[in-house]
Design a protein around this ligand. Structure first.
Ligand code: ATP
Ligand code: MG
Length: 260
């Protein structure tokens, strides 16, 4: 097992399959590296990764942030370092841990409009926790906001997801451009998901991204969706899982011989 943490973030337009594929990345890592410490983070306030992974969320990062802020406002003057340690302790407390991976969700701030505070907090949490895990998988919010706000700064492997639409590709092109400045990623990969027309999709390209993987529209995933099943219930040879294994191999996140 390599010592350096791989921080994998998924980004792209709304509805293109970010959550599904993040969950598939988590499953693949648990199968390839059963001994590895894996953390899945739902960084989308709209929430969804827990369902895709089949875990239940009780408390979120936003709950912890609020309780710490309230405490400080109530006059408990603690040193910053103490607060951070307390946050760390509570985050570990909040994590849903099953045998193969840990999970936290950013949560949905009650105050409408701005997610700045929670995004800043998330950025700190990623830095703080990364060292405790071998792999961190982040299901990002749709669009470029979290890239712009440098929440994804420490990401080592950026996985751009698009569907076959021009609009989807345009969004990943923008994410790529912005991330060149604001994300220190070693590798950037692209997945074109839910493909129904492979011939027309063959020419899709994003400047500076060499690792491109196509994943077909997957009837098994559609069935899972209707039944509310997690990715752990997909068959090994489903298009989604086969596609994710290929994408992770191309980005050298997994080695080909670890396929189950
Ligand atoms: N390869 C695929 N084949 C069939 N259906 C898929 C595939 N990938 C994802 N889906 C389905 O597409 C829908 C959107 O997927 P998902 O929720 O993962 O997208 P998202 O990018 O996370 O969306 P949002 O931006 O709303 O968070 C879901 O119903 C999911 O089951
Ligand atoms: Mg999602």
């Amino acid at each position: 097992m390599q010592r350096d943490t791989k921080i994998i973030a998924v980004s792209g337009k709304g509805g293109v399959g970010k959550t599904t594929l993040s969950a598939a990345v988590v499953r693949t890592l648990t199968e390839c590296y059963p001994e590895a410490r894996i953390l899945a983070i739902d960084a989308d306030p709209a929430i969804g990764l827990s369902t895709a992974l089949g875990v239940e969320v009780r408390r979120t990062l936003d709950d912890i942030r609020k309780s710490i802020v309230n405490k400080t406002e109530a006059g408990e003057t603690k040193q910053a370092i103490e607060l951070l340690n307390e946050a760390r302790f509570r985050i570990f407390d909040t994590m849903v841990e099953n045998q193969s991976f840990a999970f936290i969700a950013i949560g949905r701030p009650e105050t409408a409009g701005c997610y700045c505070a929670i995004n800043t907090y998330l950025k700190e949490v990623i830095s703080m926790l990364a060292g405790d895990f071998d792999y961190v998988v982040i299901d990002g919010e749709a669009g470029i906001e979290q890239i712009n706000r440098r929440v994804m700064e420490k990401v080592t492997h950026l996985l751009l997801i698009s569907d076959q639409s021009r609009k989807g590709i345009q969004v990943v092109k923008t994410v790529k451009q912005v991330s060149d400045e604001l994300v220190m990623a070693d590798r950037v990969g692209l997945i074109i998901n839910r493909v129904t027309n492979p011939e027309l999709c063959g020419s899709i390209a994003v400047d500076g991204v060499e690792d491109v993987t196509f994943i077909a529209s997957d009837p098994e995933q559609a069935e899972n969706d209707i039944l509310g099943k997690s990715v752990f219930e997909l068959a090994e040879d489903s298009a989604v899982l086969k596609g994710i294994r290929l994408a992770l191999e191309k980005m050298e996140i997994i080695q080909c011989d670890c396929e189950t």
